[in-house]
Design a binder for this molecule. Structure first.
Ligand code: ATP
Ligand code: MG
Length: 450
């Protein structure tokens, strides 16, 4: 009710018609959008098409957040868009979009997309759970607005006319800091379960509450996340974890019961006190880096999320009589295999994760040449940061972290003086290996992981 009232005040004409909100009421400054998106909209309009800045950028501008990128929506077809810009190309298979290159910027231009579900001829192809498999129909601007997820994501900003076009009371929701699904929330989650994750991520990012009707079906439908293709889940998870609000997002995911579908072992991890402390530290660290504009390594991040799984599995294997280092490698593979089914962790990221894990036992070896060898490892810095987080979480003694800090800071003589004496059995093993270079596979691993 209140939002309808706000909408009326803001300039809605009549039911079904979008409100055209003037600058005096929305307050977006023309120069707040990038020059590339401005020029793209202007050019399309000069050629007689409709064109707007849409989606997250308009939402963020209205919420006082600096947008990450500026997307444009238009009634021109991809081919027509391409003809308007010399430096542009059509991309995408499922739904074609055009990348328009403007100086350093690349603007994503999307043709209004059709509404599905009302007429059989327009009905999108879905799976048994109602997940949309294909929907590649062009449509009107009204249809385009209806197929977006949340009301605050369905706002169109025309920088030439300086108006905001609002079909779903989005501006009113924005002013009330509310995330509200367009249409029937349960149906929309069934069409695309990723929308549940988006709800959580956007609510955390914007500090909005999720409207009751939008929130209510999530718990019940959470398991549908399992039907989402792993590569899409990985992208979405990465977006969530690197949003700068990862701690808040994970707390909300947990509150909504969504963490199980995404990282099947996350609930187990979070229920072990040390695991929870470690994951929280890692995410706080990531959030801090995002706010400082520093890069985030997905490998490091996933290595932290899964570490306590590895530890648990490793302990189990060792208790069963396996040698420590082969057992660690086995535990690493087991944990990554389980995750790979749900979350397509790319091969490169999986490699990074394993590198960081495999370095951990080597930090305990502080005699002879070994610490020097570790310093030379390309992933030494990441491995040390990881170790320091383990120290901070109480998993390994402070003394180990302090030793490495001091070792790094010391000069040549200082370092030599810090080395711990070799254990007698260590000396023996080394001599034996020198005489017998063709060690078995297991023996080689027993030394230390490469
Ligand atoms: P951000 O870029 O801050 O992560 P965003 O809302 O801009 O958030 P994008 O993935 O860039 O997210 O999507 C751009 C727009 O496309 C959204 O604002 C929304 O209107 C629409 N959209 C994106 N994903 C979906 C979806 N799963 N279902 C419906 N509409 C979507
Ligand atoms: Mg966006």
């Amino acid at each position: 009710m209140i939002r309808k009232l706000i909408s009326r005040v803001l300039g809605r004409k009549s039911a079904g018609e979008p409100a055209e909100i003037p600058h005096s009421k929305h307050g977006i400054r023309r120069d707040a959008i990038s020059s590339g998106s401005w020029r793209t909209v202007e050019t399309l309009q000069e050629k007689g098409y409709k064109a707007f800045v849409v989606g997250g950028a308009v939402r963020d501008l209205l919420a006082g957040i600096k947008p990450k990128d500026f997307d444009v929506a238009t009634n021109a077809t991809p081919e027509q868009v391409r003809q308007c810009f010399r430096r542009s190309r059509i991309i995408g298979r499922r739904f074609q979009i055009v990348h328009v290159m403007m100086g350093q910027e690349t603007i994503e231009v999307t043709t209004f997309r059709g509404h599905h579900g009302q007429q059989d001829s327009h009905r999108a192809q879905t799976d048994e759970q109602g997940r949309v498999l294909r929907d590649n129909v062009f449509g009107s601007q009204k249809e385009d607005a209806a197929r977006r997820d949340f009301t605050v994501n369905a706002l169109y900003y025309d920088p030439v006319a300086e108006t905001v076009v609002d079909y779903h009371h989005g501006l009113a929701d924005l002013k009330q800091k509310t995330l509200r699904m367009i249409g029937d929330p349960a149906t929309r989650y069934r069409e695309d379960p990723v929308r549940m994750l988006r709800a959580v991520r956007l609510a955390a990012k914007l500090d909005f509450s999720i409207e009751t009707g939008t929130r209510q079906p999530i718990g019940e439908l959470a398991e549908l996340i399992e039907n989402v293709p792993p590569s899409r889940l990985f992208d979405e998870m990465l977006k969530l974890l690197t949003s700068g609000h990862a701690v808040k997002c994970l707390q909300r995911l947990r509150a909504e019961g969504l963490h199980r579908g995404v990282l099947p072992l996350l609930d187990v991890i979070l229920e072990q006190p040390l695991g929870e402390r470690f994951v929280t530290l890692a995410l706080e660290n990531t959030d801090r880096r995002v706010h400082e504009g520093k890069p985030i390594s997905p490998g490091f991040l996933f290595a932290t999320l899964l570490w306590h799984e590895v530890l648990g599995r490793w302990e189990g294997l060792k208790a069963g009589g396996a040698r420590p280092i082969p057992a660690l490698f086995q535990a690493m593979d087991d944990v990554l295999d389980v995750q790979a089914e749900k979350l397509a962790i790319t091969r490169r990221v999986a490699g990074d994760i394993k590198d960081i894990w495999a370095l951990q036992p080597r930090f305990e070896q502080r005699s002879g040449k070994r610490p020097y060898g570790l310093l030379e490892q390309p992933r030494f810095k990441a491995g040390l940061d990881f170790l320091l987080m383990r120290v901070q979480s109480g998993e390994v003694p402070d003394e180990l972290g302090q030793w490495w800090g001091a070792f790094l800071a010391a000069d040549g003589e200082g370092r030599a003086a810090m080395l711990l004496p070799q254990k007698p059995d260590e000396k023996k093993k080394r001599r034996r290996r020198k005489r017998k270079p063709a060690a078995t596979h297991d023996d080689a691993h027993d030394e230390a992981p490469e």
